[in-house]
Design a binder for this molecule. Structure first.
Ligand code: PLP
Length: 378
């Protein structure tokens, strides 16, 4: 179990308590547990010197092969990938333009985005100095609104796939068709939209010009990595903006052993039996559901819809008539307990979930025990 052993001891020696992350691949709770093969590859390569441009190119070829894209680049997370997407479409690899960012005066610096796709990380797209041209309202967008948003300053259309985000945007295929008619690239953020593994190819196949996935979430790569793939000229333009170059994106550096770790993680991820993996997560959730069956007022239910709950989760619903501790009190009590347990709380405000992604069987038992203790109070 991850709560004991050498790794846990190192964290404890720093005064840091190991936690149980039942919230999925949440960045603030550690991202994901790396597979032994990934840790071994990172350990083996960390002390070997290589030319970073060559490593970036070869690693990019592996990302491209597994996504059906022309080219790829290991970015510093999805957030770093979004900054590079924006730098690529605004400066197009021109060193003189790159050197001026975030001053985009005179450049193509408008990114069209659905209001329904505004999200906290979209600031990364604006970090280059690009500005948004919003289309639609929170509820819907009509085709003429997209059509009317283009100008001679349009750099790209941004598109988001994310759990718990409104789906009322125009379909990606439609956006691609219109944008390409205007000779404008479509940049997709699918950071946490895996599994299904089929999504690795889905957005490129739909015509997206650049797509970003997080490496440190479901792929179980190093926490700071991202998978940026797309059209060769745009990936080249992204690379021109990134480390090791002494320019705009130098702060988005990815270490050599992280690049190797991501490549290894992706290769294992794509080769993995998704049906068997899903069945294992489902069994864990069903076990937790049965262990909490006497709290039937919370209707413990196993959910898996590949939209909001990308893998099976155990969902607890806190109804009005529930007279035990509130949903927020339960979350707090587990987070402040020993060991700290973090539940999945990004769904509707009256729900909590157990995400099995970062749990082994022993950790799941602790989650169940802590939930039973806290739910029984009151
Ligand atoms: C997680 C996430 C990000 C940030 O990804 P990092 O890999 O942590 O940088 C950006 N956008 C969305 C939609 C995400 O889910």
């Amino acid at each position: 179990m991850a709560l004991t052993g050498e790794g846990a001891d190192i964290y404890r020696s720093l005064g840091v308590r190991p936690i149980i992350t039942a919230s999925g691949s949440t960045t603030a709770r550690g991202g994901s547990k790396l597979r032994p093969e990934v840790k071994a590859a990172m350990n083996a390569t960390a002390g070997v010197m290589v030319d970073m441009a060559e490593l970036n190119r070869r690693a990019g070829e592996v990302l491209a092969r597994h996504t059906g894209a022309e080219a790829g680049f290991v970015s510093s997370g999805s957030a770093g990938g979004l900054i590079l997407q924006s730098a690529a479409v605004v400066a197009r690899g021109d060193p003189a333009l790159l050197a001026r960012l975030p001053d985009t005066t005179g450049m193509r610096n408008e990114i069209i985005i659905h209001k329904a796709h505004r999200f906290p990380y979209d600031q990364c797209l604006r970090a280059t100095g690009a500005r948004f041209v919003e289309i639609g309202d929170g509820r819907r967008c009509r085709p003429w609104e997209l059509e009317a948003a283009f100008s001679e300053r349009t750099a790209a259309v941004a598109y988001l796939f994310s759990p718990f985000t409104t789906r009322n945007a125009l379909p990606l295929e439609h956006v691609v068709e219109v944008a390409h008619r205007h000779d404008v690239p479509v940049i997709v953020n699918a950071a946490s939209y895996l599994p299904p593994r089929a999504n690795l190819r889905r957005f490129v196949a739909a015509g997206a010009d650049m797509v970003i996935f997080s490496g440190g979430k479901s792929v179980r790569g190093p926490q700071g990595t991202g998978i940026l793939v797309g059209r060769r000229d745009l990936i080249d333009a992204a690379f021109a903006a990134a480390s090791p170059h002494q320019t705009f994106g130098r702060g988005l550096k990815v270490a050599k052993e992280e690049i190797v770790g991501l490549v290894k993680a992706l290769e294992i991820f794509v080769a993995e039996d998704e049906a068997a993996e899903t069945a294992r997560y489902r069994r864990m959730c069903e076990h937790a559901r049965d262990a909490l069956a006497d709290f039937d007022a919370l209707t413990p239910t196993v959910v898996h819809d590949q939209r909001d709950y990308m893998i099976p989760h155990l969902l607890l619903h806190f109804p009005e008539r529930w007279n035990g501790p509130s949903r927020d009190a339960v979350f707090e009590a587990l987070a402040k307990g020993d060991p700290p347990v973090f539940l999945h709380d990004i769904g509707p405000p009256n729900e909590l979930a157990v995400d099995p992604f970062n749990l082994d069987d022993e950790e799941l038992e602790i989650v169940i025990r802590r939930l039973r203790e806290v739910l029984s109070k009151g």
